[in-house]
Design a protein around this ligand. Structure first.
Ligand SMILES: *[C@@H]1O[C@H](CO)[C@@H](O)[C@H](O)[C@H]1NC(C)=O
Ligand SMILES: *[C@@H]1O[C@H](CO)[C@@H](O)[C@H](O)[C@H]1NC(C)=O
Ligand SMILES: *[C@@H]1O[C@H](CO)[C@@H](O)[C@H](O)[C@H]1NC(C)=O
Ligand SMILES: *[C@@H]1O[C@H](CO)[C@@H](O)[C@H](O)[C@H]1NC(C)=O
Ligand SMILES: *[C@@H]1O[C@H](CO)[C@@H](O)[C@H](O)[C@H]1NC(C)=O
Ligand SMILES: [Cu+2]
Length: 676
């Protein structure tokens, strides 16, 4: 299997400069120690004194980008500074005036050529890519240099089994990192595949705080390895939506604004923008992906969007052979159009089998964004490496219009208008088959079944604007004022971190369907800390129902932290409201209609729910801790379409290291002790 010379093409550095150690020896002796500490001992123990701290600076994370065949685990250190920064700033010199090379200057963020304030990581958008091998130790020093903000970073796709306090959810797994503070994230690269990271604070993601995180493993572990020749670090398509103001400007929203929607899409932080037909298009570089004729290339697509519009990817004249989603290997299905919602990842193979030329890679924001005609282009180029990138990145030919088809016939995956299971050749994620399954989870009787009905419900005017009211809401436009909810509960946060300050947690701070707070008794809805309590190792089944009364263009993507979920099925009934009973009827009907019925469903950590429909998922709750589950649309998270799973009792949780930062409100009694 390892006959190919390389799959990751990078500059090799001598192994002697990095911390390469033999793994295995002390794993046998793990015994009473936590798995994490056993990993550490095995990473360090046979090599050096495992009790002494490592000089992390000596292990630059960039050196971890390597072939993962026959490699040993490494420490991968990244030093990040999060700043308020700008696109098209002075660092771009004369980029805006057509000096193309200036657009590539250090510190020049072109984005779509529009000048605005942004949030950057090391003055990059996306932030630096983390590309490591499975079992490496990732250490990220994150310095918050953004005055007036606090932030956390979430490692989307990692289960943080050994280090749940590294999951990066404010007030659930850690305290937000304050201005001028540095927080050291340190966690194992445990889940191989296409992952990413993004801020979980405020609207920082849509302002620029996101990036790719690729965890490779030996190709013997990839059942699709024979389908491609190259898995190159530069073949990452990180697509995101883009606004021309900070996202916070639209929280809660502007009554006379045109909805809470993006104005553009970026591909790896690049693209162009044309204000209207009378304006010139910005003259800034598009992203370039190089291939050589005859090669078969693994591409990794990350939907890092914040808004509700799904992103649709096409590569002119090329098909996409889908081989993985959310880092889970799938039996291949070939399409020419890939649709993904916020938080999803898809890996596919592109065969460079067309005439040597440049081809458009087009990403369109569809669904609710359709009327805005937002599309962005990057270039798939067959030109030799000797042709400099700035000769390719400014194509003369324009990107085909939004409504101009790239293919005579569209074969799509996840198109929002596809009725899952019946409309071949268009497929849904549920039409994919895995290579393996866990019979006990797929066919077992669930220990707990939860029906999670979500919606954005209109608030009563007095609840939103009455004297003393300060509840979160979003104002889509005019007087439409909505709160997000799951089972009528809109999620809010405690003032301290649930996972890492267990001494402050009391049972009465939580609510769920069966324990409705006193203050909400007279109301249909309640804003409180929505928690589902789940016994450790229980088999869980969730029916996630979209209670929206009408079918709309939204397929809310639900993201579960700490786990992957088997996606059992999804469906919708355009006529009747969805209930669990209705969902079961749809499932029965689907199983009779269906051309193909898999016994090996895919696993995902982010799964969309068809509009006014449902998705049924299963997982084994074997990862103790507090794990967020939420709609991955940024504004829906912000207005409470969120809940937290408590898996197991605190005594089963992995303890945070000593000295882990804490937070809480400060409201001491007003008495003599205040004035000593
Ligand atoms: C290992 O490091 C610890 C902490 O720095 C130190 O106390 C101990 O003496 C060292 N052990 C050896 C064998 O060098
Ligand atoms: C568009 O570009 C052309 C050529 O550079 C220039 O003459 C013209 O003034 C520009 N138009 C606008 C609206 O900026
Ligand atoms: C790409 O496909 C279109 C038809 O879909 C065709 O007209 C065009 O010639 C193709 N381009 C190349 C370079 O083969
Ligand atoms: C879905 O179909 C409707 C009705 O045909 C259409 O208006 C809408 O644009 C379609 N959605 C997408 C994303 O193509
Ligand atoms: C949930 O809210 C809906 C209105 O959106 C209401 O009809 C229903 O009774 C509520 N359920 C509970 C349990 O309060
Ligand atoms: Cu949502």
């Amino acid at each position: 299997m390892s006959s190919r010379p390389f799959r990751v093409q990078v500059q090799w550095l001598p192994l002697t400069v990095v911390g390469v150690v033999v793994i295995g020896v002390s794993l046998l002796a793990a015994g009473v120690r936590s798995e994490s500490s056993a990993r550490w001992t095995s990473l360090m123990g046979t090599f050096r004194n495992a009790s002494a701290p490592v000089d992390v600076q000596a292990f630059p994370g960039e050196l971890c980008m390597r072939s993962c065949e026959d490699t040993l685990p490494r420490v991968c250190y990244f030093n990040w500074v999060l700043e308020h920064y700008h696109s098209m700033g002075p660092a771009c010199k004369r980029c805006a005036e057509g000096v193309h090379r200036d657009c590539y200057r250090h510190g020049c963020l072109t984005a779509d050529g529009f000048e605005r304030g942004v949030m950057s990581i090391n003055r990059q958008i996306p932030g630096p890519a983390i590309q490591v091998c499975k079992d490496d130790l990732i250490v990220v020093d994150m310095t918050n240099a953004m005055g007036g903000t606090a932030t956390t970073m979430h490692w989307h796709g990692l289960h943080q089994r050994d280090t749940p306090h590294m999951d990066g959810v404010p007030f659930v797994t850690q305290c937000p990192v304050e201005f001028m503070s540095t927080f050291r994230y340190a966690f194992w690269a445990t889940e191989p595949g296409t992952q990413f990271y993004h801020s979980h604070a405020g609207h920082h993601k849509v302002n620029g705080h996101y990036g790719a995180m690729i965890i490779r493993e030996p190709e013997a572990n990839d059942p699709n390895a024979d389908l491609y020749d190259f898995d190159l670090p530069e073949h990452l398509i990180v697509a995101s939506d883009w606004m021309h103001v900070d996202g916070e400007m639209y929280m809660p929203g502007l009554p006379n604004g045109d909805g809470i929607l993006p104005v553009n899409v970026l591909i790896n932080g690049r693209g162009t923008w044309q204000k209207d037909a009378d304006s010139n298009r910005t003259d800034v570089p598009r992203e370039v992906y190089r291939v050589r004729k005859g090669g078969r290339y693994r591409f990794r697509f990350i939907n890092a969007a914040s808004h509700v519009c799904p992103l649709e990817l096409q590569i002119a004249n090329h098909t996409l052979e889908i081989i993985a989603s959310d880092s889970y290997n799938l039996q291949p299905i070939t399409v020419n159009t890939l649709v993904a919602t916020s938080g999803e990842r898809y890996d596919f193979v592109v065969s460079a089998d067309q005439p040597s030329d440049d081809y458009w890679i087009r990403v369109r924001a569809i669904g609710s964004c359709d009327y805005r005609k937002i599309s962005q282009g990057a270039v798939l180029s067959y030109r030799p490496m000797s042709v400099p990138v700035d000769d390719i990145a400014f194509p003369d030919q324009g990107l085909p219009d939004f409504h101009e088809p790239l293919f005579p016939e569209v074969h799509s995956v996840n198109h929002p208008n596809t009725t899952c299971g019946v409309s071949q050749p268009d497929v849904c994620i549920t039409d994919f088959e895995a290579y393996e399954t866990e019979d006990g989870i797929i066919n077992g009787t669930p220990d707990r079944q939860f029906i999670l009905g979500f919606e954005n419900y209109p608030m009563r005017f007095e609840d939103a604007f009455g004297v003393g009211q300060h509840e979160h809401f979003m104002n889509i436009h005019d007087d439409i004022v909505l709160q997000g909810a799951i089972n009528n509960i809109s999620f809010t946060y405690p003032p301290f971190s649930l996972l890492t300050q267990p001494e402050l947690v009391t049972e009465d701070m939580f609510c769920d369907e069966d324990s409705w707070p006193e203050r909400c008794q007279s109301s249909d809805h309640c804003t409180c800390i929505h928690r589902l309590k789940i016994p450790l190792n229980a088999l869980i089944e969730l029916y996630i129902l979209d209670l929206t009364p009408e079918v709309n263009d939204l397929n809310h993507p639900f993201h579960l932290h700490g786990y992957q979920m088997y996606v059992m099925e999804m469906g919708q009934d355009r006529q009747k409201p969805i209930t669990m009973e209705r969902a079961q009827q749809i499932a029965l009907w689907q199983s009779m209609q269906r051309i193909r019925m898999t016994t090996m469903p895919p696993k995902k950590d982010t799964v969309s729910v068809p509009s006014k429909g449902y998705t049924r998922v299963r997982f084994l709750a074997d990862n103790p801790g507090f794990w967020l589950m939420h709609c991955h649309y940024e504004w829906h998270t912000a207005v409470g379409m969120v809940l937290v799973l408590q898996v197991g009792e605190p005594d089963s949780f992995v303890q945070p290291p000593s000295g882990f930062p804490t937070c809480n409100k400060y409201t001491p009694d007003v008495d003599a002790s205040l004035f000593v």
